[in-house]
Design a protein around this ligand. Structure first.
Ligand code: ANZ
Ligand code: ZN
Length: 828
């Protein structure tokens, strides 16, 4: 094979990566005369090496970036590093490295891989969250929250991961386990910092309606996580106590059916009510036992409901009845008020509890045309109905009663209609070293004092010793801990907890707009040039975590006048997983294909093409070695096709003469492909079907070159076909197309070309007139699409009225078809 026919991807990819870098080909300015477009892939944690999931994420983003650039947009496509977090610290404990050093090494390696993939990032804008020029502003964000009354410290039962030895936010507990290491999470009473995300619950919920460009599934997950419930807070007086027991209920229409009251084990009243009684010890033991049970276990449907009598009564304000007060495992302190009014007839958990402990079951909602008998009920009745046993409210449909009783409670001062959310405040402090320091100082004199802005950043000390089992390593660094109070100048101590790394990632996409700003986290003009992100791409695992936190941050920044957008990400694409041999590709499953191996064996263009062709971006992708092989063969075919027809680019003009049928057919295919690729990419992200169309086009060009005699081939037609082929392939396989573009005599980058517009006229299907003869005599003519198959033309000819009249009583012996001209039917 001639040397120039060989597809030498190694040389090509290396060469263009070098040139793009030298020319800073992907550098972008905040303002140009073009409209701006911001495409962003979730930045990675620098774990050491990219995996196929990353490669998929970045390949998708890179197609969008290159496509939009060719469509005439000024495109921001940045990359950075979510660089704080536990693994660096664990490596430090295991191998004695410093987290900073370990992290920087990993970043260098992964950045080299990014470059080998040929992504069009503007590396001038790289952000690294563990660098002081970035975390200075993360600290600033903490102070912003503090100033706005959104950061506070409180002692609370919090999620503790015994393996990571740190606390976790609720969002980071997945099915009762640590999101990072999978260890079951325990509860601990600790003093911790929180962000008041609950102040934004309603807006976070409301504004989901603005996110039409997000997958429905993600919006529903956020809606459920926020968990809004509309109901009432009702206070049951407790004789002998100033304050009664307040419950949150969504069913104030069932108030007459209350037969017991249950408190959460952690409820402060529990121990107070039994103090000094003979029940105290048993209750304490019960409370302890419940605290060992995870929240999931306590609220699961099939968990045994357990409780203890506290020996006191409260009063139902509506009917003055005495109601026994118990403590039970299925009531959570963290939800509503931590107290539940037991209505066994109409709530399943209460029903099971009442059956077990012998509380009466009193029906207060009667279904239409049926009478519930408490003695024979096997489950609670939770459907609509009419009120009974409910004093003045008898006979009302329950939905109406809900309103009436709500109003009545308010009128009497016994309660008020209210809303409760499942969302809890965000626990943001961590007992770890490798995170942004919390810029707070504790002074014996002045109390809690925020570090003045001009003193930022609070620097993380280097050369910290890491010993297994040490909680809060910073607390063991006296140079860090001991400081002076910014207010009174006396000795004081620094906060030694660091921030949850999800804070770093809640605002990084703003920093890309203005990455070098030393006076502020970002300038308003810069973020207004780019934000909100037009297209965000990342994994579904962040549906609640990162995506909810970022929305919260954006709303706070908006309220502070720092940004003008109320939502951070207009469109969201959640990419599917990479699967191999039926399981998610992962180290623990041992089914990992290394990107470096694929790059070395086939090149980055092949890796990209395979990944983009094998599945639509939002669906799971089945890794297939044959698929990779196939992508590589296709690129080889494109290479040889273009290289062996280079001379058409040297011939100027259209070669004279009009277009023949074959020329028009090829042009139709070329423009139909262009149209399909444009629409698939722009409207649907159907990269796989776009690539399939390009593959067909390559076949069609080959067919033309094989069938049409060389002397009759039109250089202009072939040139146009090859040019459009390269242009539409460019976003997918940037190196080979760049090389071929230059090989065919172009001098500027293919990635700076304008995306071509298809020619509607070329698309129009051609029609031809076919003469129809019977036994050699002209009988009729018909107009058919030019690309009709032979048997289709015969079928149409035989169906013509005039032909049928001639054939009457005869038998068709033979049909002679002269394609594009005539059909002669021989009959006897
Ligand atoms: C009486 C009642 C009667 C209730 C009835 C329901 C049905 P959602 O919809 O999820 O918000 N509840 C309130 N606080 C609780 C806590 N801390 N732990 C466990 N359960 C709690 O659920 C609201 C209902 O959950 C409330 O309405 C309360 O039970 C219970 F036929 O009050 B209901
Ligand atoms: Zn002080």
């Amino acid at each position: 094979m001639a040397d120039e026919e060989r597809y030498d991807f190694k040389a090509i990819e290396g060469k263009w990566q070098r040139i793009w870098e030298e020319e800073q080909a992907y550098r972008v300015l905040n303002r140009t005369d073009k409209p701006n477009y911001y495409v962003l892939e979730m930045f990675p944690y620098p774990s050491g090496a990219l995996h196929m999931g990353h490669i998929r994420n970045y390949s998708i983003g890179d197609v969008v970036a290159r496509f939009k650039t060719m469509q005439g947009y000024n495109v921001l496509h940045p990359m950075g590093w979510d660089a704080f977090g536990m693994p660096a610290e664990n490596a430090a404990i295991q191998h004695g490295t410093q987290p900073a050093e370990w992290t920087r090494r990993n970043i260098a390696n992964m950045k080299a891989q990014q470059k080998r993939l040929g992504t069009s990032y503007d590396w001038q804008r790289e952000v690294t969250t563990c660098n002081p020029d970035y975390y200075r502003w993360t600290e600033w964000m903490f102070l912003l929250m503090y100033k706005r009354g959104l950061a506070y410290k409180k002692k609370a039962p919090v999620n503790w991961c015994p393996s990571c030895q740190t606390v976790l936010a609720n969002e980071q507990v997945i099915d009762g386990e640590c999101w990072r290491c999978g260890t079951p999470v325990a509860k601990k009473d600790l003093e911790q910092w929180f962000f008041k995300i609950t102040d934004y619950a309603e807006r976070l919920l409301e504004d989901l309606s603005l996110l039409g460009g997000w997958p429905e599934r993600v919006r529903v997950m956020q809606e459920n996580w926020i968990g809004k419930s509309v109901g009432a807070a009702v206070t049951f007086p407790l004789p002998g106590h100033k304050e009664g027991i307040t419950v949150f209920t969504t069913r104030q229409d069932t108030l007459y059916g209350v037969t017991f009251m249950v408190l959460a084990p952690e409820h402060p009243l529990v121990m107070e009510l039994v103090k000094g009684t003979e029940r105290e010890e048993a209750v304490r033991a019960f409370v302890e036992k419940c605290r060992q049970q995870s929240e999931i276990a306590r609220t699961a449907q099939d968990t045994e409901k357990e409780g203890l009598d506290l020996g006191v009564y409260c009063i139902n304000p509506l009917n003055g009845e005495q109601v026994p007060v118990w403590v039970a495992n299925y009531v959570l302190l963290e939800y509503g008020t931590g107290a539940v009014m037991g209505v066994p007839a109409h709530d399943q958990r209460d029903f099971e509890f009442a059956k077990k402990y012998g509380f009466p079951i009193r029906v207060v909602i009667q279904p239409e045309g049926e009478e519930l008998d408490p003695a024979r009920m096997t489950a609670a009745y939770a459907e609509p109905g009419v009120l009974v046993n409910s004093g003045p409210f008898n006979g009302l449909p329950n939905l109406e009663a809900q309103q009436k009783i709500g109003a009545y409670l308010e009128e009497k001062g016994w309660g008020r209609r209210t809303v409760t959310y499942r969302l809890r405040d965000w626990l943001v402090s961590r007992q770890r070293y490798w995170g942004a320091p919390i810029p707070i100082i504790y002074c014996p004199q002045c109390g809690t004092v925020p570090v003045p802005e001009e003193d930022l950043p609070v620097l993380l000390p280097e050369n910290v010793k890491f010993d297994p089992g040490v909680i809060s390593p910073l607390a063991h660094v006296p140079e860090f801990v001991n400081t002076t109070c910014p207010k009174c100048g006396r000795p004081a101590r620094r906060e030694t907890d660091t921030m949850d790394t999800f804070i770093c990632s809640s605002w990084y996409y703003y920093r890309y707009a203005d990455p070098k700003n030393a006076a502020a986290p970002f300038g308003k003009d810069a973020v207004e040039a780019w934000l909100p992100v037009d297209q965000y791409i990342g994994g579904i695992e962040h549906a609640v975590l990162h995506l909810l936190y970022s929305r919260f941050f954006t709303k706070v920044l908006y309220d502070a006048g720092l940004v003008s957008n109320v939502e951070p990400f207009t469109n969201l694409l959640t990419q599917g997983m990479v699967i191999k041999d039926g399981a998610k590709m992962s180290k623990s499953k041992g089914n990992v294909v290394s990107p470096d191996d694929i790059f070395a064996k086939y090149g980055a263009d092949t890796a990209r093409l395979f990944i983009l062709f094998a599945a639509p971006p939002d669906k799971d992708l089945d890794w297939s070695d044959q698929g990779v092989e196939g992508a590589w063969r296709f690129l080889g075919r494109v290479w040889r096709l273009v290289m062996s027809n280079k001379e058409v680019f040297r011939q100027k003009g259209d070669g004279g003469g009009g277009l023949a049928r074959a020329d028009r057919d090829l042009r139709r295919k070329v423009h139909a492909t262009l149209k399909k690729v444009t629409e698939d990419v722009a409207e649907r992200f159907n990269f796989n079907t776009a690539i399939a169309a390009v593959m067909e086009l390559v076949n069609e060009i080959h067919r033309y070159l094989e069938r049409v005699p060389v002397a009759e081939q039109k250089a202009a037609v072939v040139r146009e076909a090859l040019e459009i082929l390269l242009l539409v392939l460019a976003p997918f396989v940037p190196h080979i197309t760049e090389e071929l573009w230059h090989q065919t005599g172009h001098t500027d980058s293919i990635h700076r070309q304008t995306w071509p517009q298809w020619d509607e006229q070329a698309l129009a299907a051609e029609e031809i007139t076919v003469v129809v003869q019977v036994n050699g005599r002209l009988r009729d003519r018909m107009v058919v699409p030019a690309d009709s198959a032979e048997d289709e033309i015969e079928r149409l000819a035989l169906g013509l009225d005039k032909v049928r009249a001639q054939l009457d009583g005869k038998r068709v012996v033979k049909v002679i078809n002269v394609p594009g001209k005539l059909v002669n039917i021989v009959a006897r």
